[in-house]
Structure formats: C-alpha cells, structure tokens
Design a binder for this molecule. Structure first.
Ligand code: SF4
Length: 93
C-alpha cells in the first residue's frame, strides 16, 4: 500500500489533491470545474482534449486516477482519462 492510499503522499502530510492542477487552474480563473465534465466526453471533442492536456501536466495524475478507480467515479475526466477509458481500464485489470 502506498502512502497516497492513505491520502498522505507529501512530505508535509498533505492530501494529494492539495497539488491538483485542476484546483489551481480553477482558483486562478484559467479553467472552470465543468471543464472536467465536458458535455461530449469523447476523444475527438476539443473540450475533452484540452482537459486531458491539463491532466497530463498534473503532478498528481496517478494519485487522481488511482482514487477515481478505487472510488468508481463514473463521470468526468479523472487522472487524464474519460469515464469510458476508466471503465475500459478496469475491464482489463
Ligand atoms: S489529473 Fe486532472 S483531474 Fe486529476 S487532479 Fe490532476 S488536473 Fe485534476
């Protein structure tokens, strides 16, 4: 079990979400929370592509994805994957 499984993955004991890029972007007004819930959550959708690019640059992408898979998040982009991609990943795991 990794430290992030307990939500304590930083030297200061912060939860991984304290370093989430999405939270930073929303706080500075560069993004909207709805950007992680695009209407068309599809690979060819420009809004989905933009959000996934943000996630690729997020320092806690793996922790976010692990959390989404563990909690069974059914909606939205988490850890750089759409809900459909997460379902596919779980299906082969
Ligand atoms: S991987 Fe994406 S959804 Fe997850 S914390 Fe980072 S920016 Fe947010």
């Amino acid at each position: 079990m990794r430290r992030s499984d307990h939500g304590l993955d930083t030297p200061r004991g912060e939860h991984w979400s304290a370093r989430a890029l999405c939270t930073q972007l929303v706080a500075e007004g560069s993004a909207d929370p709805d950007d992680w819930h695009p209407i068309r959550e599809a690979e060819d959708d420009p809004a989905t592509k933009r959000t996934k690019r943000w996630c690729r640059n997020c320092l806690v992408r793996q922790e976010c994805l692990d959390d989404a898979l563990a909690r069974g998040d059914e909606y939205g982009i988490r850890g750089g994957l759409t809900s459909r991609e997460r379902r596919a990943l779980k299906a082969v795991a």
